[in-house]
Design a protein around this ligand. Sequence first.
Ligand code: URP
Ligand code: ZN
Ligand code: ZN
Length: 498
Amino acid sequence: MKLDTIIQGGRLVTPTETMQADLGISGEKIVAIGRQLTDQARSYNNEEPRASARAAVRTTNSRKIAHDHIAQSQRNGVKVINAKGRYVIPGGIDVHVHLDLPFCGTVSADDYDSGTRAAACGGVTTLIDFAIPYGKETLQQAVDNWHARAAGKACIDYSFHLAITNWQRQKKDVKKMIDRGIPTFKQFMIYEKEGWQSDDAAMYGALELLRDLGGMLCVHAESSRVLDLLIERHHNKAEMKKQGAYLHTLTRPNYIEAEAIQRAIQWAKVTGGRLFIVHMSTGEGADLVKQAQEEGVKVLAETCAQYLALDDSVFATKDGHLYATCPQVKKPRDQKRLWEGLRNGEVCSVSTDTCTFNRKQKAMWKGDWTKIPMGMPGLETLLPVVYTLGVLKRRLTVNQFVDKCCTAPARIMGLYPRKGTLQIGSDADVTIIHPTKKRKVDWRKMQTNCDWSPYQGQQLAGFAEHTFCRGEQIVDNYKFVGRNGYGQFIPRANPGRL
Ligand code: URP
Ligand code: ZN
Ligand code: ZN
């Protein structure tokens, strides 16, 4: 077997161990892990040990090597990436992404081109987007529409969850979708105006059916009737003038999320269906999930980087409306509880809920917080935020970081062991990060189409120095070198256990 690439001398990190080793890639797969792979490469590649073989070995350490030289070295021998002093981790997996999403009267600004370039530079090699049926569209039509969005553009691998927006009409197609590699479905407890909302009977029915088919229900948990009441109560000129974007947080107290989570958990408990709480933002949510898990309910919960890094004081700033997302970022005490949940296990993974809106789109609010396009960019900063605030601040070990951003998402979403791990036979999705070197976040230098960043000016470590997706290098020395159309749709197995 011919080795194409050796990642040499790095510290390979999995959820359970950190070890100094070389990692060998052949085609799209990891095929070797061990010491001195460059010496062994001659035998792997059936070459005589001779001086010219050594000459064929290039390292990306040398700034002089241009991309054409790297391509040359791939033809002549093995490409060697010097990873000494670096962490070598499985490519990140962001299981909560919206690209090119028609929403809130506009279309989200990052599509499969900019969004997947951003992901690559952030060290993310697989994302899962949500295919959403609009109007009377079927689940299959929604999937077709999302395939069309990704086709020819995606630079990293991707999959879809399917939103169930009309249970009665769509339930008959659920099994077909699972058979086509989409085993996870989302129901929204809010967004009535968008035509996306599900009621309790729909959640109950979906949990029952998915229990029988081995799938999983993802739920956006916010309590809509009381939320509507609070919005109505504060929706007047005087308050909007006084409070501005801060009304987004004033109208969504923590019990809006907590009540919805406990209700969804109740339906999971009585049906025995598997429930995944998406973008969980509150400490109360973490408490409820922990308690339910202790009782044996099949519930898991992700949080997002913004809930770990930001708090609702942002809504009181001049640009507060930019940060509006549903659910909104909460209080420092919630951040603290979510970090604790990551450590303890009741929070299983970190994603982004990337749903990018630029300044012009966000300006549609004109002082009325109910008209803000909801969502923010995140793919490029997921690993850096979790690494910097988690590992460098000693809230997580580097192994926990890899678990929460790479391995657990793969296991939960039916991608493991093809993705999310550094194992022989797994896809060669590999990210190399410097353990301490920080880079200043500046949206002008990033791949996202956004013209602001929630982390603008912050110094973050954990950006991808090199990224490989199925064996192909897509980031080289912090520069994107991938190509549109390389990313593939990855059919998924039924969700696995943690
Ligand atoms: O505000 C958000 N999160 N926008 C995306 C849609 C959703 O609820 O996930
Ligand atoms: Zn949502
Ligand atoms: Zn979302």
